[in-house]
Design a protein around this ligand. Structure first.
Ligand code: PLP
Length: 390
């Protein structure tokens, strides 16, 4: 640390220099985050000092957080669901499994080495779960459509299993697991069922039903679902860090409580202590401002980009590129030769940021609100150039 403070002017020039090295979202097709809605930004700025770790001091901000949880509970078909705002999908997944472990091992006291069964497509946050919580994470195989294979899930369940996980909009393929079938299994075996809808939670409820090839029930309307992760800082257009974790029953939150002797409240169920009130205010503002209608428009826009990309890719068929999966949400995966090399050239020559799926390797593109139809035209032209050159 420097001995004497720098002037404001110097600080801002240092900040600007750092910011200029950041990638703006313009050519980013790899991220599940996007520029927040302007009302979210304004609300965030208004509540910068609000700390949701000390609820008694910030009761106004806490009322906004509670309203967000109520709005999300309504959206996900459980108006009485309880929960809190997290830093994102990772924290929500960790806390959901922590609740499964705490409740599961109390209910079945013989469980010494608890395990959970997740789809092989589960986000890497579940690797953190395994490491932090001492819960074994068993990965069930996927079908050819990248949904979890129920029989593989069933085979991995044993006496020490405390819960199952399904994904509504998986990170790599955008696929939705058969939550109703997982729910049946969970109810039969008396297991908890957490649904990771960190990305899909702000997409699936808003997709135009006439565009859906099938129904994808994923929320509390499915009887066996006990908790859901949903991230406002992804397709919810809020600021970072805005995640949310909802539980069907209050005993889940209760089992996470610790005493907080020197705060204005006596206990805390959250993972972090100090929490951003700004993110809660931002999420409240954007959800109230957009309403269901606004989110339907946002999803319609992203799905139109998705179909435009799909149409363009079909026209490049003779260059040996094809869809790995018919897109369910605004994630497109492309099977082609040498995906890693194609990705590298698209970045180095044309500035596109794209990612690659693991098994099998395919180009993965997420169509977010920061992308325009013109960007898709340019991307398709660039992709054609690269494929012709290879
Ligand atoms: N779950 C899913 C399905 C995700 O796609 C992601 C991130 O993309 C996460 C969890 C983790 O979310 P975060 O990075 O906000 O912790």
């Amino acid at each position: 640390m420097n001995e004497q403070g720098f002037s404001e002017k110097d600080i801002f020039s240092l900040l600007k220099r750092a910011k200029s090295k950041d990638t703006d979202y313009h050519k980013v097709l790899s991220s599940m985050c996007t520029s927040p809605h302007k009302i979210a930004l304004e609300a965030h700025k208004m509540f910068l000092e609000a700390n949701l770790g000390d609820l008694g001091l910030f009761s106004g901000t806490h009322s906004l957080e509670k309203e967000v949880i109520t709005m999300l509970g309504n959206l996900l078909h459980a108006p009485l669901a309880c929960g809190y705002m997290t830093t994102g999908g990772t924290e929500s997944n960790i806390q959901a499994v922590r609740a499964m472990k705490n409740l599961g091992t109390t209910k079945k006291p013989f469980i010494k080495n608890p395990n959970i069964v997740v789809p092989d497509s589960a986000h890497f946050s579940f690797d953190k779960v395994a490491n932090m919580l001492g819960v074994e994470v068993r990965r069930a195989a996927l079908t050819s459509k990248f949904q979890v294979d129920i029989s593989s899930m069933e085979k991995l369940i044993d006496k020490e299993t405390v819960g199952l996980v399904g994904i509504a909009g998986n990170t790599e393929f955008g696929q939705v697991d058969p939550i109703e079938n997982i729910s049946k299994l969970a109810l039969e075996r008396e297991l908890f069922l957490h649904v990771d809808a960190a990305f899909g939670g702000f997409v699936l409820p808003f997709i135009d039903p006439t565009l859906k090839k099938a129904a994808f029930p994923f929320d509390f309307a499915v009887k066996g679902v006990t908790s859901i992760a949903i991230d406002p800082h992804k397709m919810g257009l809020s600021t970072i860090p805005s995640g949310a974790l909802l539980f069907r029953f209050p005993n889940f939150l209760d089992c996470l409580r610790v005493d907080t002797p020197y705060l204005t409240t006596k206990t805390q169920s959250t993972l972090t202590g100090t929490r951003s009130g700004a993110a809660a205010a931002a999420t409240y503002a954007v959800m109230k401002h957009l309403g269901r209608e606004g989110y339907r428009k946002n999803v319609a826009y992203c799905m139109a980009l998705t179909f435009k990309l799909v149409k363009g890719v079909r026209e490049l068929r003779e260059l040996n590129v094809e869809l790995l999966l018919e897109p369910i949400i605004n994630v497109v995966t492309l099977r082609l030769r040498e995906p890693a090399r194609v990705r590298q050239i698209l970045l180095e020559k044309f500035g596109w940021h794209i990612s690659i799926t693991r098994k099998p390797q395919a180009l993965r593109l997420v169509l977010m609100p920061h992308t325009t139809p013109e960007d898709i035209d340019i991307f398709l032209k660039d992709l054609k150039t690269v494929l012709e050159e290879l």
